[in-house]
Structure formats: C-alpha cells, structure tokens
Design a protein around this ligand. Structure first.
Ligand code: COA
Length: 335
C-alpha cells in the first residue's frame, strides 16, 4: 500500500485576543427589590456576596440580542469584518431553546459567511473553554479568526423565592475576537471537571420532568452554596497557581487578575491564597452586575478598561469555574 500524502493545515505560531465587546442587560435590580421574597436584607447580601445590585434583561432584551450586541462591538474593536470570521463559539447555559444552538443564528445575523458555529455548555467556565478552543483552532490552522461569546440570561431561570440563588445571578454578554499572532497572547489552558459534584449547581428538574408534572412549574437554578464556595475558594486557587506555573510566569509578572465573578468573597479568598502582589489589579465587576456565568469575565475586563484599571498589553490571569463542576484558566495578553 502506498502512503498517501495529505494536505494538512499549518497554523499560526500563536493566538491572541484582538478585540473585546460587551452588553450589560438594561434593568438595574437593587438588593432592596428582591429581599422581601427571600426574607433577607441588603446588608446580608452585601456581606456574604459583595453584590449591591444586578442587571437583568429588560422587556426587549433576549439572549440573542445581548450576544449580537457584544459580538458586533468585539468585531468593531478588533477591526475585523464578519466575513473574516471562520468560527463562532457561543458559551451559554441559558439558551432555553435547546434545539438548536444559538451560534449559527448569531453568525448569520452578524453577516458572517457561514462559518463553523456551535454552542458550548460549560456553565460559568464556558468563556474560558471557548478561548482555549479558539486558540487551538488558530494554532492548529483550522481557523484564522474565531469569535468567542459568553452570554447568559440567568434571570429567567432564577426562582425569586430561593434564598440561596435569587440574589446572585445577573444577565449580560461579552465577546472577544481571537486571531493569529507572532507572539504569545494566550497561554496554555489548565482545565478540568469534578463531575462527582454535578448536583452542587443544577436545574431543579429537567424540562421533561418539569412539564410532565402536575403543576408544570418552570425549573430553576438550585445550588449547594456552601459546597460550591469551598470548592471554588480552595481548589481554584491551586488551578490558578498551576496555570502560572505552566505558562512559566509568576504572580509578579501579572498586571490583572480577572476571575469569574461568582462571589466577592471567593475572589478575595483566591487572591489571598495565590498571594497576589499589590500591583495586580483585581476585577470586581460582580458588585453591580451580579454573577453572569459565562459572560462574567469579558464583562469584568470591559469594566477595567472603562475605569482605567486595565491597559492594552497588560497580562491577565483569567480563571473561570462553575456548574458541572467545570473550570478553565489561562494567562492572556489583553488587546
Ligand atoms: N438572606 C439572609 N440569610 C440567609 C440567606 C439569605 N439569602 N440565605 C441563607 N441565609 C442564612 C441561613 O438561614 C443561615 O442562617 P443560620 O446561621 O441562622 O442557620 C445563614 O444565613 C448561613 O447560611 P448558609 O447557606 O450557610 O450561607 P453561606 O454563608 O454559605 O452563604 C452563599 C450563602 C450562597 C452566599 C454562599 O454559600 C456562596 O456564595 N456560595 C458560592 C455561590 C457561588 O458563588 N455560586 C456561583 C458559582 S459559579
């Protein structure tokens, strides 16, 4: 048998984030508006989570409209035309129209030329999974420009009377364009899962069970807050350190720490455990945005640009974690 010669793609030596865009849901919901239904107080919520208010969708906003707005802003920021996009990756766990994924429609509405387009469901870790996949697609020669979107409409799936979750979650979208680069712009990913704890954050029932039941109640997000808190505070600090080690840098080389905005206490616990020096600026977008799952890292980064905390060229450690349980982290040179 003669050995066939195949034509295989050659990738770029490196990949980098070249543009960022976000959309914050328009409705501002202060703690005062939700405390009565969960017998809580503004003071308790701020002390336990750092959240003062969150953003929820307005009457005209949808997962699609938020994804589209963030994606358009990212393309503009990158100076890339929709036709140059080879793949669209949408990270979300709140697309309630499960069949089918939203990414192909977003690609179409953007005016892209039929790129590969698919959703990934890695919950709060979804955006960092998307960055990892995009970087490998570009380095492997499968794509030149990849649009990664993290978008969530969590308010739809929150029970207003669930004391453990009603105050945590928010809505929004963030997107980046990842493209080829001559110098490293996205470091190696450290990712993984702990499926043994899959019940720690999940829907209260699957859709078929919920609508087959007598009261036909919409399922809602249910969470074992203490278990998630323990896991995130201790295990994720180890993942953060491993990410720096694999990248070959130390905390001293960082400019920014942009963790998933789950809870202010988790952010502080991680920063302390990895001994972040004072010069590293820490993202704290959760205070008035809430936890937006897959959208939280790009939203947090955009806030840092807007208030002057982040500057182009800064080195950021991004770490995302959540339901699954899943996690992913990488060092990124920000555009
Ligand atoms: N308002 C007021 N009191 C509340 C409350 C609420 N919303 N929820 C619980 N409490 C009370 C409890 O009844 C309990 O009272 P007791 O001590 O008199 O029995 C006390 O507060 C502690 O309850 P607990 O459930 O242990 O709270 P906690 O300290 O674990 O805080 C969370 C709850 C949700 C803030 C916390 O577990 C957390 O942040 N977990 C991580 C969640 C997260 O980040 N998820 C997203 C991951 S992607």
């Amino acid at each position: 048998m003669t050995a066939a010669t195949w034509t295989l793609p050659t990738g770029s030596p490196h990949a980098a984030v070249i543009g960022l865009g976000v959309h914050r849901a328009e409705r501002v919901v202060p703690n005062a508006a939700i405390v009565d239904a969960i017998d809580s107080s503004d003071e308790w919520i701020q002390r336990r989570s750092g959240i003062t208010e969150r953003r929820w969708v307005g009457p005209d906003e949808t997962l699609e409209s938020m994804s589209l707005a963030a994606a358009r802003a990212a393309l503009t920021d990158a100076g890339i035309e929709p036709a140059q996009i080879d793949a669209v990756i949408l990270a979300t766990c709140t697309n309630t129209q499960q069949i089918t994924g939203l990414a192909p429609r977003i690609a179409h509405l953007l005016g892209a030329q039929g790129p590969a387009a698919f959703d990934i469901a890695a919950a709060c870790a979804g955006f960092s999974h998307g960055i990892a996949i995009a970087a490998d697609l570009i380095r492997g020669g499968t794509a030149r420009h990849v649009l990664v979107i993290g978008a969530e409409r969590l308010s739809t799936l929150v029970s207003e009377t669930d004391r453990g979750t009603a105050f945590i979650f928010g809505d929004g979208a963030g997107a980046v364009v990842v493209g080829p680069s001559d110098v490293p712009g996205i470091g190696p990913v450290v990712w993984g899962s702990d499926g043994e704890q899959h019940h720690a954050i999940e829907l209260s029932a699957d859709w078929v069970e919920a609508f087959g039941s007598e009261d036909r109640t919409l399922p809602h997000i249910a969470m074992d807050g203490a278990a998630v808190f323990r896991w995130a505070s201790y295990e994720m600090a180890k993942v953060a350190q491993l990410t720096l080690d694999r990248t070959g840098i130390t905390v001293d080389d960082l400019d920014l720490f942009v963790p998933h905005q789950a809870n202010m206490r988790i952010i502080d616990a991680m920063a302390k455990a990895i001994k972040l020096p004072d010069h590293v600026r820490i993202a704290r977008d959760i205070a008035d945005q809430g936890n937006t799952s897959a959208a939280s890292i790009p939203l947090a980064l955009a806030r840092m640009y807007a208030d002057g905390t982040a500057r182009s060229g800064d080195l950021a450690l991004m770490i995302a974690f959540g339901a699954g349980l899943t996690y992913a982290a990488q060092v990124v040179r920000i555009p």
